[in-house]
Ligand binder design. Structure first.
Ligand code: UPG
Length: 453
């Protein structure tokens, strides 16, 4: 990694309390602390300290906690709006108490988009607040410019003389392939949408925006945001734990089992399956996936924590292994992995791109349908399953089998593997010395280090 001559620079980071968001923030802080003179304190709830399994093993990054003032992570999906209400209302005060006890004011507060009160805290204390978007630049731009969407999509603009009124590009430049229908899973729930959009007036008062994505991946969206936003925009990704991968740690006890199994499989023969750490598919859909996977005869490694006994029963006799958790980036980068069946969370997407693994997509909600659209139509490194759904929204086992075979057999008449391999190179080049993310990271550190000059 490159380094810049800066005075010691300590940042306090506050992620949104959810796996995908905490991972993004921790990875950003690891990348920052790998630079000369930079250190980070990451603030999580006591519950999350336990879920993370203790301290972070990265020089210059430490965890601090606030009390469990929000509902437990276990079961938060059941009352998502209530959880967000609590995050918006209850974390600010204990965070301020913690800041009071941390000593000298930090050079900056790094705050997830969805802890909007952190902007208020920073502005009150004269500390710059840098908003980290764990969403891609594309989805961030949709939400930031939401008012530009037509009224039919919940925005306030009249439908223009658009050639294809379903394309979001007609309302928000830089978003070539995204369609209004890609927003439906989240935007049809008005309460959920309202809660999400509540964060954006605060984003407008932040001193800069950081993306976990990288310039080459979302250049159109990033360029447009750079023109439109009143503050600097840095793309420093992929913010994924690639440094831990390069450190080559010995496998933990749990890892040894599935890594040994992967070692024994032929190159590119295994489908990795992980459909998210928060929301999940219906039981009916889960059964169809299990039976569909089993009938392909393709080898698979499936991360699954709920309904495991039933799934194990449905896949008996197949070449599949089910585990409750794995080191996902390490697995994706294993030579035996040939495809990824994903819900398209942003971290998972960035990890698959870094590994150069083609994807089969089954987005559930939030930004996932937009990420799926990028994977399938814009980057063309995967195949979508959603449009194969029956009238009841379920994708049948045969459709799943067909799609798995197409993904794993792509030999590569369709160019999918070749494009995945090109994006793998682009992803790695971005974080190399002199790459786009390396340069943006240096600019970001310089920006916060000299903010008060
Ligand atoms: O066995 C596993 C399963 C997951 N992971 C990691 O868990 C993270 C999951 O993050 P992500 O892929 O972003 O999914 P979610 O946790 O579902 O993320 C939420 O947050 C993301 C960032 O805002 C959004 O893009 C998603 O839609 C939203 O559901 C990734 O880093 C994975 O590597 C593991 O390490 N091991």
């Amino acid at each position: 990694m490159g380094s810049v001559a800066v005075p010691p620079c300590h940042v306090v980071a506050v992620p949104f309390p959810g796996r995908g968001h905490i991972n993004s923030m921790l990875n950003l802080c690891r990348l920052l602390a790998a630079r000369d003179g930079v250190s980070a304190t990451v603030v999580v709830t006591e519950e999350w300290l336990g879920l993370l399994g203790g301290p972070v093993h990265a020089p210059g990054v430490r965890l601090e906690t606030i009390p469990n003032v929000i509902p437990s992570e276990h079961g938060r999906a059941a009352d998502w709006a209530g959880f967000l209400d609590a995050v918006y209302a209850e974390m600010e005060l204990p965070f301020e108490h913690l800041l009071d006890h941390l000593g000298a004011a930090p050079a900056a507060i790094l705050a997830d988009t969805f802890v909007p009160w952190a902007v208020r805290v920073g502005n009150r204390r004269g500390v710059p607040v840098c908003v980290l978007s764990a969403l891609g630049a594309t989805m961030f731009s949709v939400q930031y410019h939401f008012d530009r969407l037509p009224t039919s999509a919940g925005g306030s603009a009249d439908i223009a003389d658009a050639t294809d009124p379903c394309l979001i590009e007609n309302y928000i430049p830089g978003l070539r392939s995204i369609r209004l229908t890609d927003l439906e899973p989240t935007h049809s729930d008005k309460m959920r949408l309202g809660k999400i959009l509540e964060a954006y007036p605060y984003v407008r008062k932040a001193q800069c925006i950081i993306f976990t994505s990288f310039y080459e991946l979302e250049s159109n969206a990033i360029e447009f945001l750079r023109q439109e936003l009143p503050c600097p925009v840095f793309a420093v990704g992929p913010c994924i734990p690639f440094m831990a991968l390069q450190e080559n740690h010995a496998d933990s006890g749990e890892e040894q089992g599935y890594m040994a199994w992967l070692d024994a499989q032929p190159a590119s023969s295994v489908l990795y399956v992980s459909l998210g750490s928060f929301l999940s598919v219906s039981s009916t859909q889960l059964d169809e996936i299990a039976i569909g996977l089993a009938q392909t005869k393709v080898r698979f490694l499936w991360v699954l924590r709920d309904e495991v006994a039933r799934v194990q029963h449905l896949i008996r006799g197949s070449d599949g292994v089910v585990v409750p958790w794995c080191d996902q980036l390490k697995v994706l980068c294993h030579p035996s992995i040939g495809g990824f069946f994903t819900h398209c969370g942003m971290n998972s997407t960035l990890e698959a791109l870094y590994a150069g693994v083609p994807m089969m997509t089954l987005p559930i909600a939030f930004d996932q349908p937009v990420n799926s659209r990028l994977i399938v139509d814009e980057w063309m490194v995967g195949y979508g399953l959603k449009e194969k759904a029956r009238g009841d929204g379920v994708i049948a086992r045969d459709k799943i089998s067909e799609a798995v075979k197409r993904l794993m057999d792509c030999g590569d008449g369709e160019g999918t593997r070749r494009r995945a391999s090109l994006l793998k190179e682009a992803s790695r080049a971005a974080v190399e010395v002199g790459g786009s993310s390396d340069r943006d990271m240096a600019s970001f550190i310089s920006y916060i280090s000299h903010f008060k000059d």
